[in-house]
Design a protein around this ligand. Structure first.
Ligand code: SF4
Length: 426
C-alpha cells in the first residue's frame, strides 16, 4: 500500500459512504485515513454506522487521545473476534471515551485558528436591536434584549456559537450605531434589560467607530434601559477615563478556572485579569455581575470552581453584585461541525452526550445537577443578598437548586429587572 495515496472505496460495502465528506476527515493522518478506507472496504456496515465510525476517528484526534487504528488493533488482539463484531466493541469503547472526564492541566489551546480576520466597518442599515439569540420558550429564559454593536470576535473560545454565524473571520464594527439606536422605539412605561455581549465581546474593541459613545447616549435617553457589557476581556480603559457616565448600566464577566481558560478560551483575559477589571469598575462606581457559563465537567472541577467562587466572595461586596448566572456547556450541532472542520484539539464537545429541548448538545442531567449544586452551594454566603439564575436551562434544573422555577419567561424577566434595578447605583 503506497503511503499517502488513499485506497479506492471498493463496492464490497454497499453503503456508497464517502468518509471524505465527514467534517474533520481531512485533518486525519494518512495512516488513519488508509486504515478507515480499509475497514470501510472490508467490514459491512450501514451508512449511519460508517459515519459514526469515521466521526469517532475524528473525535479521538480532537481529544488528543489514542488513534483509531491503535484502538481497533488492541481490541482485535484482546478479543480475537471477527471484524464486524469488532466494530461493536470499538463503538462501545468510544461511548466510554465520551463519558471519560477530561483534564485540562496539561492542555494549551491552539489560538491561531480563530483570529484571521480584520476589522471591517458595518455600514448597512441592519437591525442592531434584537432578542437573545439563544432565548427559548422550552427553557426558563429572562427575555434579554441585545444590541449588536459589533459582530464576530477576535478571541477564540472553542465552544462559542459566534464562530458559526459568520462565513469569514472579519469583525464588523457598526459605523452608524448612534443613528440606529436613535430609531429604536421603546415603551417608556416599562424597563428593559439589554446586553451587548451576544454577537461579540462587549469590551475588547474599545470605542471603535464611537460605539461606546452611541451606547452611552442610548442609556441617557432611555433611563428605563439597563445596559449590560458582558466580556471575557479586561479592556475597561475607555470607561475608566470617562466622567459622568450614565448609571443605568453595569459590567459582567464570564468566569472559569484558569486551566479551562488556558485550554479552551484562547486570547481571552486571564481569570485574575477579569476579576481585576470588575474591581476597577466597582471602584468607578458601577455594579458588576458574573456568569459561570459554561460550567464545565473536568477532573478537579469541584476544587477549581470552589477556588473561583471563593475569590469572588472574598473580593466583592454583595451590594455591588447585580446577579450571578449559572449555565452548563451547551452547544448547537453547528459548533461541533465547525470544531471538527477546524481540526482543533479540544475537550469541549467530548462529554456532551445529551440534548436540550432545542436539540443542542449538552451534558447528561446527572452531571448538570452535580455541577449546579456544587457551584451554588459554594455561593451560600450570598444566597440571601444576590440574585441567582440559570441561563438557558430547563425548569427541572431550577427546582432542586432554588426550590422553584418561574412559570413564565415574563415572570422571570420581571424578577430579573427588579434585581438589576435594586443593585444599580441609580
Ligand atoms: S436566560 Fe440566558 S439564554 Fe435565556 S434569554 Fe436570558 S440570557 Fe438568553
Amino acid at each position: 500500500m503506497t503511503q499517502g495515496a488513499p485506497l479506492k472505496l471498493k463496492e464490497a460495502n454497499s453503503t456508497k459512504f464517502d468518509p471524505i465528506a465527514v467534517s474533520g476527515f481531512s485533518h486525519l493522518s494518512d495512516t488513519e485515513k488508509n486504515f478507515i478506507f480499509e475497514i470501510l472496504s472490508t467490514v459491512r456496515m450501514s451508512f449511519s454506522r460508517a459515519r459514526l465510525f469515521v466521526e469517532a476517528a475524528v473525535d479521538l484526534r480532537q481529544w488528543d487521545s489514542k488513534k483509531v487504528h491503535d484502538i481497533w488493533n488492541s481490541l482485535k488482539i484482546k478479543n480475537g473476534i471477527p471484524p464486524n463484531m469488532l466494530l461493536e466493541k470499538f463503538m462501545e469503547y468510544i461511548a466510554k471515551e465520551r463519558e471519560g472526564i477530561p483534564s485540562f492541566t496539561e492542555r494549551k489551546t491552539t489560538p491561531e485558528k480563530w483570529v484571521h480576520g480584520s476589522f471591517a466597518p458595518l455600514s448597512k442599515d441592519n437591525q442592531v436591536v434584537g432578542d437573545c439569540p439563544v432565548m427559548s420558550k422550552k427553557t426558563v429564559c429572562c427575555n434579554l434584549k441585545t444590541i449588536d454593536a459589533v459582530t464576530n470576535c477576535v478571541m477564540g473560545c472553542n465552544y462559542c456559537a459566534i464562530q458559526t454565524m459568520h462565513s469569514n473571520d472579519n469583525v464588523f464594527v457598526d459605523v452608524n450605531l448612534l443613528e440606529k439606536l436613535r430609531k429604536v422605539e421603546l415603551d417608556p412605561t416599562r424597563q428593559y434589560h439589554f446586553g451587548t455581549g451576544q454577537s461579540s465581546d462587549s469590551l475588547v474593541f474599545g470605542n471603535r467607530n464611537g460605539v461606546f459613545d452611541a451606547l452611552m447616549e442610548f442609556c441617557r435617553t432611555n433611563p428605563n434601559v439597563f445596559l449590560e457589557f458582558k466580556s471575557k476581556s479586561s479592556n475597561t480603559a475607555w470607561f475608566e477615563k470617562q466622567k459622568d457616565l450614565p448609571a443605568n448600566m453595569f459590567f459582567s464577566w464570564s468566569l472559569n478556572p484558569q486551566e479551562f481558560i488556558d485550554a479552551e478560551e484562547a486570547h481571552t483575559a486571564s481569570l485574575e485579569k477579569r476579576i481585576q477589571a470588575a474591581e476597577r469598575m466597582v471602584k468607578c462606581g458601577f455594579s458588576v455581575a458574573f456568569h459561570f457559563h459554561p460550567i464545565v465537567w473536568f477532573s478537579r472541577w469541584q476544587e477549581a470552581y470552589s477556588a473561583v467562587v471563593k475569590a469572588v466572595i472574598s473580593r466583592f461586596n454583595p451590594k455591588d453584585i447585580v446577579y450571578i448566572s449559572l449555565g452548563t456547556m451547551t452547544i448547537p450541532r453547528s459548533v461541533r461541525k465547525k470544531i471538527r472542520e477546524a481540526g482543533i484539539t479540544t475537550q469541549v464537545v467530548r462529554n456532551l452526550t445529551a440534548e436540550n429541548p432545542e436539540g443542542k448538545l449538552t451534558y447528561p442531567d446527572t452531571i448538570k445537577h452535580e455541577l449546579f449544586a456544587h457551584v451554588y452551594k459554594e455561593f451560600q454566603p450570598w444566597h440571601q443578598s444576590v440574585f441567582f439564575y440559570l441561563c438557558m436551562e430547563e425548569a427541572k434544573f431550577w427546582h432542586p437548586l432554588f426550590g422553584f422555577a418561574y412559570e413564565t419567561n415574563e415572570k422571570f424577566e420581571l424578577a430579573m429587572l427588579q434585581a438589576i434595578h435594586s443593585k444599580l447605583k441609580i
